[in-house]
Design a protein around this ligand. Structure first.
Ligand SMILES: Nc1ncnc2c1ncn2[C@@H]1O[C@H](COP(=O)(O)OP(=O)(O)OP(=O)(O)O)[C@@H](O)[C@H]1O
Ligand SMILES: [Mg+2]
Length: 264
């Protein structure tokens, strides 16, 4: 329990890829041998069960554990891909006023019962109650941003709010990276994004046109063999585990884009 690291995936902007990141990072960590639990804290709008392809197996949710004393061992679903991977769904609706103290206690109970090495918490695209609850238990926050100026501004604001909530370790994850788009002068460069958000970069996930379709089948990015998106998640998982991995390590497609070498 003591060695468990809790990572929230966040941005106060919707649709930037938070749930995609939460699911695939958790799958990668599990494949790498870490006991990993993903918790969907997008209360009311759950979608992580769909992304993980587990929607038919959901019976209980995180509030059943915290408010209704359902054991975590009963509420957590073990993923078919790996015995190391567990999932707890978000409730469809919630009226209960959940306090930070209740949530903290619930997470402690979950750690006791499931002994995860990592807990990955997916949050909604705002800074409401789930954001504050996740911040209260997170050791680290991954702030997801795409190239859109509004998403970058949201990342900057999210970073500040995370600081206010006391989440010390904050890292930026740029999603939907497109090397052609990057050369478009209308879009900010990678360095500009890092500069504007003032958050240290942990990785870059490429834009992958096949992803939406494969996600609708409940498949993860590691089934998309011809792309770099699985490699990108593997690199992020390695960095989370303290390994020093250069930015585009093992990427097939972007290795020769000269400008990108500069920030390795
Ligand atoms: N790297 C990517 N390449 C292509 N499509 C992506 C990528 N990342 C996410 N998407 C797509 O973008 C859409 C939004 O992703 P996702 O649901 O993960 O975002 P979110 O931030 O969790 O949204 P919300 O705020 O609504 O919870 C989905 O259709 C997803 O398949
Ligand atoms: Mg989401």
């Amino acid at each position: 329990m003591e060695n468990c690291k809790t990572i929230m995936v966040t941005s106060c902007k919707g649709g930037v890829g938070k749930s995609t990141v939460a699911a695939n990072l958790a799958i990668r960590l599990a494949y790498d041998g870490y006991r990993t639990l993903v918790i969907d804290c997008d209360f009311g709008v759950r979608s992580l069960d769909l992304i993980m392809g587990l929607e038919d197996e959901v019976v209980f949710d995180i509030l059943d554990i915290i408010m209704r004393d359902i054991p975590a061992t009963k509420a957590a679903i073990t993923d078919r891909r790996s015995q190391n991977l567990m999932f707890i769904a978000a409730p469809y609706s919630y009226d209960d006023e959940l306090s930070v103290a209740d949530f903290r206690e619930g997470i402690a109970k979950i750690k006791d019962e499931l002994s995860p090495d990592y807990i990955i918490i997916d949050t909604p695209g705002d800074t409401g109650m789930p954001f504050r609850l996740a911040s209260a238990v997170a050791d680290m926050a991954l702030v997801v941003s795409t190239y859109q100026p509004i998403s970058i501004r949201a990342a900057e604001r999210t970073g500040i709010l995370l600081g206010d909530e006391g989440v010390g370790e904050r890292r930026l994850l740029i999603n939907c990276f497109d090397p052609d788009g990057r050369e478009n002068p209308a879009l900010p460069s990678l360095t500009e994004i890092i500069d504007k958000t003032s958050i240290r970069l942990i990785g870059i996930i490429p834009y992958e046109p096949m992803l939406v379709e494969s996600q609708s089948r409940g498949e993860d990015v590691f089934t998309l063999k011809k792309t770099d998106v699985g490699t990108a998640f593997a690199n992020v998982a390695n960095r989370i585990n303290g390994r020093n991995v250069p930015l585009f390590t093992d990427f097939k497609q972007f290795r020769r884009v000269p400008l990108l070498r500069k920030i390795q």
